[in-house]
Design a protein around this ligand. Structure first.
Ligand code: TRP
Length: 486
């Protein structure tokens, strides 16, 4: 089975060159490796903790989404979504909040730093600290545990949060493992405990002044500004005052460090030598600009096109959320049952087609419709047990071997493509039910959607009246797939 790799990007700023070299470029490269299922998301709930300027959140979400897409993130291949589009995240956050120990949160670096800053100013320890900051690690644990991520690539400052995630997940597994096994019929634990992955090889990029490139030092080089802006920023990189012709020390120069982050081995060697042999700083800056510009300019163009089409980005993010929720919705449903918040009758009933949900409706139907009287004689509990389940049925037609998926009420939800042999059809059905690979719902138009697995369109829906009915059908398919898994 593939390794699940997940990471979030807080949407409170504009990406700069340091983000590109340290996070974006390596993450996209990693997502292209075989045997990896990558999950990337915009951590916009996290952004609210430190930013109460709605316009900035809006702009940052757009800029960050456009940046990742422009840099080559393939939303077909990875699951790319917005945290706030996944209601299961705050829901799981609460379940985890109720097992996380308060003492653990007291030890979080970000919270402690805020308390220390208050102490230094002689203020009350908790002055100006919101509960969001305090329980930040629980929200982050929900992000990670919801998708059972095995690896979480993060910067050094986030490693403690991954340790806390493990701690919270372990505690939940310990408290609820037995209940989970009973509810799910599986023999594992509810949560996989994740590992932090530190990219030791990607050097930290220095900023204009030689310190780490960071917005808080105001020493950043913008990623997708106009080429002129890039040129001007590079001109401002601080160097020593050695004149042209004088030997320079490449290894103490941030200009060289930035160059190296974009160059191959040969180019790096050549640049290193040229500095040793007296290349002027001005010439070095021109070379650096040319090198970065070659790498960035195609993406820059794509970025500006994307920024002018926010509707396309919105659609990409929504499709990503639908894909993520294929996993999240059934999982949280099981977790609810695990902690005792499931339906009173089990499995959760779905409305039957020919009557409303409640007992009162049934009583009314008995008196007005003798045709359904026979069914009405059953008690609600009996109904729960005898309720029809979703079905998957294979068959053969003139074109080959296919299957259909039906909801519990008998409605046809999907028709597969024709496979050449029954084994191929069977394998596809099994892969779908195992939910190991992430099936993607792709809307074909406002009335129909297709199910895509491993890049291939394997089934299509019937035509619905409009987009909301289509989306309701997608939701229904989620339920059906979940009950088929049991
Ligand atoms: N806290 C992370 C940061 O500021 C962003 C983040 C939120 C994250 N949720 C996550 C990272 C889950 C990895 C996994 O960098």
């Amino acid at each position: 089975m593939n390794t699940r790799v997940l990471t979030g990007i807080t949407t409170s700023g504009t990406p700069h060159l340091g983000n590109y070299v340290g996070a974006i470029r390596p993450a996209i490269a990693a997502s292209r490796r075989a045997n990896v299922d990558a999950f990337f998301f915009l951590a916009d709930y996290h952004a609210l903790i430190k930013c109460d300027d709605p316009a900035r959140i809006v702009r940052s979400r757009l800029e960050i989404a456009a940046t990742w897409l422009a840099c080559g993130l393939d939303p077909q291949r990875v699951t790319f979504y917005r945290q706030s589009d996944i209601p299961e995240i705050p829901e799981l956050t609460w379940l985890l909040t109720c097992v996380a120990s308060k003492g653990l949160m007291n030890r979080a670096h970000a919270y402690k730093a805020a308390v220390d800053a208050n102490a230094a100013r002689g203020e009350d320890a908790d002055a100006g600290i919101n509960l969001g900051l305090y329980s930040y690690p629980v929200l982050m644990a929900a992000d990670i545990l919801l998708f059972n991520a095995q690896q979480v690539p993060v910067g050094r400052d986030q490693v403690q949060h991954i340790e806390m995630t493990r701690d919270i997940g372990l505690r939940f597994n310990h408290l609820y493992g037995a209940a989970w096994r009973q509810v799910s019929g599986r023999d594992d634990d509810p949560f996989v405990l994740p590992e932090a992955v530190l990219e030791e090889r990607v050097a930290m990029l220095p900023g204009l002044d030689g310190r780490k490139m960071s917005k808080s030092y105001d020493n950043t080089i913008p990623l997708f500004g106009p080429a002129k802006e890039l040129k001007d920023a590079i001109a401002r990189i601080v160097t020593d005052s050695r004149a042209p012709g004088e030997a320079k020390d490449p290894d103490s120069s941030s200009l060289f460090a930035i160059y190296r982050a974009f160059a191959n081995e040969n180019e790096t060697l050549g640049f290193h030598n040229a500095l040793l042999h007296g290349m002027a700083w001005g010439e070095a800056k021109q070379k650096l600009f040319a090198l970065i510009d070659v790498e960035l300019s195609p993406a820059r163009e794509k970025y500006h096109t994307l920024m002018s089409r926010p509707d396309e980005i919105e659609e990409t993010l929504r499709a990503g959320a639908a894909k993520a929720r294929m996993l999240a919705t059934p999982f949280v449903m099981r977790l609810r049952e695990t902690v005792g918040l499931g339906a009173l009758v089990s499995p959760a009933p779905q409305p039957l087609p020919h009557r409303g949900g409640g007992a009162q409706n049934q009583a009314r139907q008995v008196s007005t419709s003798p045709l359904v009287g026979e069914v009405e004689t059953r008690s609600a509990a009996e109904e729960g047990r005898s309720r029809k389940r979703a079905r998957i049925a294979s068959f053969r037609d003139g074109e080959g071997f296919r299957f259909r998926i039906f909801a519990a009420d008998g409605e046809e939800l999907l028709l597969s493509r024709a496979f050449d042999d029954p084994k191929a059809a069977g394998d596809c059905m099994r892969a779908l039910l195992a939910l190991d690979a992430v099936p993607v719902m792709e809307s074909l138009d406002d009335t129909r959607y297709a199910l895509v697995m491993g890049g291939e369109r394997v089934a299509v829906s019937p035509a619905y009246a409009d987009a909301p009915s289509r989306d309701a059908a997608i939701e229904k398919l989620r339920w059906a797939l979940d009950s088929l898994q049991d």
